[in-house]
Design a protein around this ligand. Structure first.
Ligand code: ATP
Ligand code: MG
Length: 440
């Protein structure tokens, strides 16, 4: 992408309305635009990051055996009357009437709808286990939408729903998601700790929140320090291995970790002093087992091998991709701007032409640009007529991990400078060596 043809509305001033660094940087970097309280447009740069986050989530959901579908944002109120949640959900739910005066709502979550889909097609134990997920916009009329994408009213969610014959099957489904979540957050470059959590209006009795420690987090959390060094299951983890997954679950839940709603002060106090972490955290994922809470009232029943028919056991599993974009910035930034991990960066490489219009630097940049584009790199060529200082500032602000700086002085020696955003390190290299370094 040539910056001259891209849409990157950078703000030079720090926006006053933003209280936390991720919100400020997203506005300044031209990633998002507020359209109403808690409702944002994703501008092209922000959308690139969101899509990369979703791609990693999707890969790990698929790897674990979940199957993607796409349910609508608008739902019929009648479905929610079946489960009893239409009245219970309260003011967070946006209720709408269509032209025929039918009650509709903008989905805050999808347990009812996915249960309706399930019961329409699945009748037998032979079709289980099943886990269906989608990545879809949700609306919750939060009392205090704030911190930009962190607590929006309209926000993106990956929500998965598992269906099993009995508790044992459902627990395995829960473990699959538990492990998929560990892998997902680790691949994003984040340390997320599963913590015992309250189940809230979703209901049920087994639940974990995945929490990233951050000063700006809205949750108060308590955990054992050792979790910060736990390693995450590798890509070869066998999701069909019931005992193997249970072992991973047991290991990751063996030490103390709880959010304030479930905090047991006495148990926490009993930890060795240097193991106690009492901090703030950002909830990036939440998983629940709730058994037959929806399948019973909604009559989603399956035939068991012995011929009996019983309500199916369910769980639901959420991740907030739009909140994750903000959480990533909270974790990776400095005074100059964002420092994207490569796997979620909007562009992996930037080319900075320090003397736009100079025949030699223009030609070198064009060659680099073509070479990178041809091998499928996400590359942004800063080809505007701006001062070098302004180009450095923009590229650092938007957090591009690798920056190739092309100036007349270096070129005279046949060299360009390769800068890494993560640690600011620089190397003078020939163009070929720079291209080779980027491939490694
Ligand atoms: P919270 O306690 O933060 O309100 P929740 O318990 O209501 O979250 P879930 O219903 O479990 O959240 O939703 C699944 C995921 O969706 C959360 O883990 C979070 O990452 C994301 N999410 C929830 N509410 C919001 C919101 N208002 N804005 C952005 N992301 C959200
Ligand atoms: Mg909530």
């Amino acid at each position: 992408m040539r910056l001259s043809r891209f849409f990157l509305p950078i703000l030079r001033e720090t926006p006053k309305e933003a209280d936390i660094v991720s919100h400020r940087l997203m506005l300044r970097a031209g990633m998002i635009r507020q359209e109403a309280a808690g409702i944002y447009a994703f501008l092209p740069l922000g959308l690139r990051v969101l899509n990369k986050v979703c791609a990693i989530i999707r890969e790990e959901q698929n790897r674990s055996g979940a199957i993607e579908l796409l349910m609508p944002t608008l739902q019929s109120a009648d479905l929610w009357r079946e489960s009893g949640r239409y009245e219970a959900y309260g003011k967070e739910m946006l209720r709408i009437k269509d032209r025929h005066e039918r009650d509709m709502l903008y989905g805050p979550t999808n347990e009812e709808m996915v249960t309706e889909i399930f019961r329409s097609y699945v009748r037998s134990y032979k079709d289980l286990p099943l886990n269906l997920y989608h990545i879809q916009w949700k609306f919750r009329d939060e009392v205090r939408p704030r911190f930009g994408l962190m607590r929006g009213r309209e926000f993106l969610m990956k929500d998965a729903y598992s269906f099993d014959l009995d508790y044992a099957g459902a627990k395995h489904a829960y473990n699959r998601m538990f492990v998929a979540y560990l892998r997902t957050f680790a691949r994003l470059g984040l340390k997320a700790i599963p913590m015992v959590a309250d189940t809230g209006p979703i209901g049920g009795n087994l639940s974990h929140e995945f929490i990233i420690l951050a000063q700006t987090g809205e949750s108060e959390v308590f955990c054992h320090r050792d979790y910060l060094d736990y390693d995450v299951p590798g890509q070869d983890v066998d999701f069909d291995d019931v005992d193997g997954l249970q072992k991973i679950f047991d290991r990751w839940t063996s030490l103390y970790a709880a959010t304030s709603e479930k905090h047991d002060a006495e148990a926490f106090e009993a930890l060795p002093a240097d193991a106690k972490v009492s901090a703030r955290g950002i909830e990036v994922g939440h998983i629940f087992y709730f058994g037959t809470k929806y399948s019973e009232p909604m009559r989603a029943v399956v035939a068991h091998p012995d011929g009996s028919e019983k309500p199916v056991h369910m769980g639901s599993y959420g991740i907030g991709p739009s909140r994750l974009v903000a959480a990533l910035i909270e974790a990776f930034h400095d005074d100059a701007g964002i420092k994207w991990p490569e796997q979620v960066a909007p562009f992996r490489v930037a080319i900075l032409n320090l003397k736009q219009g100079d025949a030699a630097t223009d030609a070198a940049c064009e060659n680099l640009y073509k070479a990178l584009v041809n091998r499928g790199e996400d590359v942004l060529y800063h080809d505007l007529e701006e001062r070098p200082g302004s180009k450095f500032a923009t590229t650092d602000l938007i957090g591009i991990p690798w920056q190739i700086v092309v100036g007349p002085k270096g070129l005279a020696d046949g060299k360009v400078e390769l800068k890494r955003r993560i640690d600011g390190s620089r190397e003078l290299l020939s163009m070929d060596d720079a291209l080779a370094r980027l491939k490694a």
